[in-house]
Design a protein around this ligand. Structure first.
Ligand code: F6R
Length: 256
């Protein structure tokens, strides 16, 4: 079941995303235990993290009772590299939101041995599963670093980045050569077990991927299309990213 918000600006999208996260956190913290937030890196969720930093302070959410799990992490990069996802999560999420660093996890942060993906999967299970997972989408339809061809049942694992993803992410590095080739990523099966998904997409470059994900066939060729089978998906898109959707009037809720 998909709800779609079409927004005019990233700031508006950020406010809506932040509100969804706060509502989920309040719901979860009303019952015992932590709110478990799945976090995405990349450019897309930036305005959501900024808005959330403001909203959390005004809400009844106890930031000490938030656990966070990143979607993915580059493998062939030093952990203290400023573009390692561990560093990005610390800079954009842990510090501004005032989260307890001990409750924020990235794949491979406890060692990059062969068992690291399984340990990460287990850590998510031990936390009680992810309550709300924030997702961006790649131009090739990837979610996390599940590139086209990834099994829709895949779990946390070591994977290779598609060449298009390496080109897209080269803007964060000083040269194309420096862009990592491998990662540890949550699998599509892992993501699908989150209780709620918040997929954010901005810009014309994401329009084809978003339309394929929400309205095309469910196929490993478009990993994000798996979310059509998820019971609780909120999509926040700007007008450019939503421009190729043709059936959105029939979604369970359309919020303009
Ligand atoms: C990041 C991630 C990726 C990005 C996607 C979009 O943790 O898992 O799937 O969400 O590549 O990246 P941006 O937002 O930079 O366009």
């Amino acid at each position: 079941m998909t709800s779609l918000y079409v927004v005019d600006t990233l700031a508006e999208g950020g406010q809506i995303g932040a509100e969804e996260i706060v509502e989920a956190a309040v719901r979860c913290q009303r019952v015992e235990g932590d709110f478990v937030l799945g976090v995405s890196t990349g450019s897309t969720p930036g305005s959501t993290w900024r808005a959330l930093a403001g909203r959390l302070g005004e809400s009844s959410v106890d930031t000490g009772r938030i656990q966070a799990f990143a979607l993915d992490e580059y493998l062939d990069i030093e952990a203290d590299h400023p573009e390692s996802y561990r560093a990005v999560v610390r800079r954009q999420i842990t510090l501004p939101l005032g989260l307890n660093p001990e409750k924020v996890r990235c794949p491979g942060d406890d060692g990059r041995d062969l068992q690291a993906p399984q340990r990460y999967e287990q850590a998510i299970r031990d936390a009680g599963g992810i309550d709300l997972q924030v997702l961006g989408i790649g131009r090739n339809g990837h979610i996390a670093f599940n590139e086209p061809g990834s099994s829709l049942a895949s779990r946390c694992r070591v994977a290779a980045l598609a060449e298009q993803t390496r080109q897209d992410n080269s803007r964060f590095f000083s040269s194309q050569e420096e862009v990592p080739r491998y990662c540890i990523t949550q699998g599509i099966g892992t993501i699908m077990q989150a209780r709620q998904l918040l997929l954010i997409a901005y810009g014309t470059a994401k329009a084809e991927a978003l339309a394929a994900a929400l309205e095309g066939p469910i196929t490993a060729a478009v990993p994000a299309s798996a979310i059509q089978l998820h019971p609780d998906v909120v999509v926040v898109a700007d007008r450019s990213a939503a421009s190729l959707l043709v059936h959105s009037a029939n979604y369970s809720a359309l919020r303009l």
